[in-house]
Design a protein around this ligand. Structure first.
Ligand code: BG6
Length: 457
């Protein structure tokens, strides 16, 4: 245990995120890299230390050998507190016997209040802040929150969480793009026709109606995760793989990204699911799900095309799409090349070459044209496929590793969070004003028909 002791103080620890993602992620990290860490939970509900320790034990056991949890239970505590109150916050910080990592598993409005209260107390040297998405509710509130946080600790001690940055296939984009002679030279608008980044899930609301109905697919997935993926696909090679350079290049791409052809109405589509069957589950219509206010017209499927206005990418559409209750998981980045002219005499029309990265399964596909086996002068489509082992550490484990090491490489920098809101805001506005129809698709289908992505201009 080489690194100094850290106390992870989870605010809002009674919520679903802690047991579903945070604690299992921590377990997957600690199983590989033992840290000297104290895990403190806090919330407004009453809960005993023993209950909290049991929650840790159960969450760890979901992904790792149950014995891993044991060494972290002795000093794991739960403290009932209202973290928007200074006295309670002080009590929580006093309970930390290592460098505090204050983990905000809280809605944005409460996060802002806690940050305001933190200003009024002395934070221990080196305190780190970890903030869950959504970071603010629009560009202005994200900027305000950034300013507030900036008065508490330096940016290097702020970790805005995006677990997609901990996914091995997302990180693989770096190796694939920048360590292969045959890819980078064709990675531009001269050869690439379109890029699609798709994250369709079979999952419905999973009891998260209260949160999701205020977010919708656009904010839940595109504004955060998928724009980060777009940035990794489109950015220039950073001079070094460190937090300053990588995040500066991500920010640079996002500053050049805007809604395709400047028109949110033609560039976006939205829909929500009606009753239907997904696998062996019958789902009610989204409007009838618990926690949903149908009048809010929240979308469960969003598709938006963006343009990246740089010399490398001008004219290439980047279509981002994500949906819930879709018939099958599609979690792919597809980079489709422009069609090629074949030589006279060669039979068969080649389909465009395509590279497909599956973010969830770790599969990489190269779809190429080759000469046919039966007729060597007729082209045939061929797929070269390889499956990359995604590794044992969960994405949350990877991101938590950065936090425990004090390295924000895989966290979202403040300006990037603001840019991500700036990029989607014209779409949010057009949807609020009902200028884009809210379509419907039966749960278990692949979404409304005809939602194809544009090709290059
Ligand atoms: C979360 C979203 O951030 O990412 C969820 O809030 C979504 O709605 C999830 O299901 C997708 O990521 P993963 O890693 O669970 O596939």
């Amino acid at each position: 245990m080489a690194t100094p002791r850290v106390s992870v103080l989870i605010l809002g620890a009674g919520g679903d995120l802690t047991k579903r993602l945070l604690l299992p992620g921590l377990a997957s990290l600690l199983a590989k890299h033992p840290y000297d860490v104290q895990v403190i939970g806090s919330g407004i509900d009453e809960r005993s230390d023993a209950d909290w320790q049991q929650l840790i034990r159960d969450s760890f056991a979901k992904v790792e050998d149950p014995s891993i949890a044991e060494q972290y239970l002795r000093d794991a505590r739960f403290l009932t507190a209202d973290a928007t109150q200074e006295a309670d916050l002080q009590k929580l910080l006093d309970a930390c016997d290592g460098t505090p990592v204050i983990y905000f598993a809280l809605p944005p409005a409460v996060t802002a209040k806690v940050c305001a209260a933190l200003r009024r107390i002395d934070l221990p040297e080196g305190t780190r802040l970890a903030l869950e998405k959504p970071f603010g509710v629009d560009e202005a509130s994200a900027r305000k929150l950034n300013r507030l946080i900036g008065r508490l600790v330096p940016e290097e001690q702020v970790f805005r969480i995006d677990h997609f940055l901990g996914m091995s296939m997302v990180l693989n984009i770096l190796g694939l793009r920048f360590a292969n002679q045959f890819l980078e030279p064709v990675w531009h608008s001269g050869t690439v026709d379109k890029v699609e980044i798709i994250y369709d899930e079979t999952l419905g609301l999973e009891g998260r109606g209260g949160y999701y109905d205020k977010a919708g697919a656009l904010v839940d997935m595109l504004q955060s995760h998928l724009l980060e993926v777009l940035a990794l696909i489109a950015m220039e090679e950073p001079p070094r793989l460190d937090e300053t350079e990588l995040r500066s290049n991500i920010a640079q791409v996002l500053r050049s990204t805007r809604v395709w052809q400047g028109d949110p109405v033609t560039a976006s589509k939205r829909a929500r699911y009606s009753a239907g069957r997904v696998g062996d589950r019958q789902l009610p219509s989204y409007a009838d799900e618990p926690g949903v206010d149908a009048a809010r017209k929240t979308e469960t499927l969003a598709q938006v095309t963006f343009g990246v206005d740089t010399a490398r990418w001008r004219g290439v559409p980047f279509t981002l799409r994500s949906g819930k209750a879709i018939g099958k998981y599609v979690t792919e980045v597809r980079v489709t090349m422009k069609p090629v002219e074949t030589m006279p005499g060669m039979a068969g029309a080649p389909e465009p070459d395509r590279i497909v990265l599956d973010l969830k399964t770790g599969e990489v596909e190269f779809r190429l044209s080759m000469n046919g086996s039966d007729d060597p002068f007729e082209l045939e489509q061929t797929v070269l496929r390889v499956k990359k082992d995604p590794g044992e550490m969960l994405p949350y484990g990877q991101v938590l590793r950065g936090i425990l090491d004090g390295d924000p490489l895989l966290s979202v920098r403040g300006d990037i969070a603001e840019q991500s809101w700036r990029i989607v805001e014209p779409v949010l506005k057009a949807w609020r004003e009902d200028r884009v129809p809210l379509e419907e698709y039966p749960a278990g289908s692949q979404g409304p028909e005809g939602w194809t992505a544009p090709t290059s201009a």
